[in-house]
Design a protein around this ligand. Structure first.
Ligand code: G50
Length: 462
C-alpha cells in the first residue's frame, strides 16, 4: 500500500491501536479515525469490548470491519461489575465504561503481543485514568480521543483546578474558564454538580490524568471553535497539557437501510425538509413526543423524525398512534416520515431536500451538520450537549431553541417548537452562514489539508 518515497520515514506504516469505549457517540469517531489513519497508510488494530451494550453499536462495528478488512479486530472480554458498583448508576453506558476501566489490566498481554509492536494507542476519554496505567510500563505512547467539543474539553482540562469548589455545588452560579469565558451553571453537565455520582467520579479521575498523555485529539474545526482552540493550544486554559491535535474526521457514507428515506427525500422540494433526531441515547417523554409531533406539523414543513424513545421503540405502529393520538398520527403521516431504526444521518443531512436539523447537539451531530452545511436548531437534553449548543450558536451554525431545560425538566409546547423550526427554515442568513462553514471545513478537511492528522501521523512515524 505504501508508495515509493525518498525519505525512509515516509515509508513506515505506524501501527496504532484504537480503544473506543461504548455508545454510538464514542464508537463513531473512533471508526472515522480508523478510516482516516488507513487512508494515510497506518496499520490499525481496533480493540472492541465485549459484551457490547446495544445492537446499534454492534452493527456499526461489524459494518465497518467488513468495509475495512485490513483492520485487525482484537476482542476484549470485560469483567462483570460487582453488585455494589453495578448499583452505582442506572445508565448502562456509564456502567459499561466503568467495567471496561476495571478490566483494563487484562489488556496488557493483548497489547504487548501485537505484531508489529505498537507505535501508539488512542484511548477514549472515558477510559483514560485506567489506560495510562497499562501503557506506561509497556512504554506505548498513549493519546486521548476526546469525543466532544473543544469547549467541553476546556471544562475537562480546567476541572482538576475546579472540582474542589464544585463539591459545594449549590454555591456555583458559573464557571469562569481562563481564555474561554463563563459557563453558566445551567450549561454545566448536571451530573458534574453531583460530585458523588459515578459520572462525576470518572470525569474527575480522567481530568486528573490528562497531563500524563502524549497528545489530545479532538474532532473539531477552527470554523466552529477557533477562539477555544487557540486558548487551549496557547496554554491559557490550563497549564501542562499535552499537545492538542484537532482533526476533521470525515463521515463515512453508504450505510444501510437509507433507501426508503432517500426515495421520500427525492420527492421533496430543495431545502424544505426538517430532520429531527436526538441521538442514540435520548428518550423523550410521551408528552414531549406529542408536543414535538404537534410542533412539526405546525411548522408547515415536511419532516423526517427519528424517534428513539425506547418505550416506543419496542412497540408497533399502532402503539405510536396511541402516543400521538389518531388525529395527529394522520397529520404526521401526511407531512413526514417517522423512522424508528438506525439511519445514516449524514446520508440524510447531505440530501439537497434537507433544510434544517433539530438536534440534541451530541458532538458528532454538530460536526456532521457543519460538514454538510445544514442549519441547526439546538435542543440540548443531557450532559455536554448544552455546552455544544453554545458552540453551535457561537459559530453561527444555528441557535438554541430557548430556555428548554434539561430532559424532562420542562414540557416544551408544540406551538413554540413549530415557531422555532419555522424561524430556522426561513432564516436566509443562517443558511448562508451554514454553507460558508461547510465550504471552509471542506477546504481543510480531507486528508492532505488536515494539519492535525498529518502532524499526528508524522509523530508516530518518527
Ligand atoms: C454524559 C454526561 C455528561 C457528559 C458526557 C456524557 C460526555 C462528555 C465527554 O456522556 O460524554 C466526556 C468528557 C470527559 C470525561 C468523560 C466524558 O471524563 O452526563 O459530559
Amino acid at each position: 500500500m505504501s508508495s515509493p518515497a525518498a525519505d525512509a520515514n515516509d515509508f513506515r506504516s505506524p501501527h496504532v491501536a484504537l480503544l473506543p469505549s461504548s455508545g454510538a457517540g464514542h464508537i463513531t469517531p473512533f471508526l472515522r479515525l480508523a478510516a482516516s489513519l488507513l487512508s494515510q497508510n497506518c496499520r490499525v488494530t481496533l480493540i472492541t469490548s465485549h459484551p457490547i451494550v446495544t445492537q446499534a453499536e454492534s452493527n456499526l462495528i461489524s459494518s465497518f470491519l467488513s468495509s475495512f478488512p485490513q483492520v485487525t479486530e482484537k476482542q476484549f472480554h470485560i469483567l462483570p461489575l460487582d453488585p455494589a458498583s453495578a448499583a452505582s448508576s442506572k445508565d448502562p453506558f456509564f456502567l459499561q465504561w466503568e467495567s471496561i476501566r476495571r478490566s483494563l489490566h487484562l489488556l496488557s498481554s493483548i497489547l504487548s503481543s501485537l505484531s508489529p509492536p505498537l507505535d501508539a494507542m488512542v484511548s477514549d476519554i472515558t477510559l483514560i485514568s485506567s489506560t495510562i496505567t497499562i501503557t506506561k510500563p509497556l512504554k506505548i505512547p498513549n493519546y486521548v480521543l476526546f469525543t466532544s467539543s473543544a469547549k467541553m474539553f476546556s471544562l475537562a482540562s480546567y476541572y482538576s483546578v475546579l472540582s474542589e469548589s464544585l463539591s459545594d455545588s449549590t454555591k456555583i452560579s458559573e464557571i469562569n474558564i481562563p481564555g474561554i469565558g463563563a459557563i453558566p451553571r445551567s450549561s454545566i453537565p448536571p451530573l458534574l454538580l453531583v460530585p458523588e455520582s459515578l459520572f462525576a467520579t470518572m470525569f474527575k479521575s480522567n481530568s486528573d490524568n490528562l497531563r500524563q498523555f502524549d497528545g489530545i485529539i479532538i474532532n473539531t474545526f477552527d470554523q466552529l471553535e477557533s477562539k477555544t482552540l487557540k486558548a487551549l493550544k496557547t496554554g491559557e486554559v490550563a497549564g501542562g497539557l499535552p499537545p492538542l491535535f484537532n482533526v476533521g474526521l470525515i463521515p463515512r457514507l453508504g450505510g444501510e437501510g437509507a433507501e426508503a428515506v432517500s426515495k421520500w427525500l427525492d420527492a421533496q422540494l430543495a431545502k424544505s425538509v426538517v430532520y429531527v433526531s436526538f441521538g442514540s441515547r435520548t428518550a423523550l417523554s410521551r408528552e414531549q413526543i406529542r408536543e414535538l409531533g404537534e410542533g412539526l406539523v405546525k411548522s408547515g414543513y415536511p419532516f423526517i423524525w427519528v424517534m428513539k424513545d425506547k418505550a416506543v421503540d419496542k412497540e408497533d405502529g399502532e402503539k405510536l398512534e396511541g402516543v400521538l393520538g389518531a388525529e395527529m398520527m394522520e397529520e404526521v403521516k401526511e407531512k413526514g416520515i417517522v423512522v424508528k431504526e438506525w439511519v445514516d444521518q449524514v446520508e440524510v443531512l447531505r440530501h439537497n431536500s434537507v433544510g434544517g436539523f433539530v438536534s440534541h447537539c451530541g458532538w458528532n451531530s454538530v460536526v456532521e451538520a457543519a460538514w454538510v452545511g445544514v442549519p441547526v436548531l439546538a435542543w440540548p437534553l443531557h450532559g455536554d450537549q448544552r455546552i455544544n449548543g453554545e458552540v453551535v450558536e457561537g459559530s453561527g451554525l444555528g441557535f438554541m431553541g430557548g430556555n428548554w431545560g434539561w430532559s424532562g425538566e420542562v414540557l416544551v409546547k408544540g406551538e413554540e417548537i413549530g415557531r422555532r423550526i419555522k424561524e430556522m427554515m426561513e432564516d436566509e442568513g443562517l443558511r448562508l452562514r451554514a454553507g460558508e462553514i461547510r465550504d471552509e471545513v471542506r477546504k481543510v478537511v480531507g486528508g492532505t489539508g488536515d494539519d492535525g492528522l498529518k502532524q499526528l501521523i508524522q509523530k508516530w512515524r518518527a
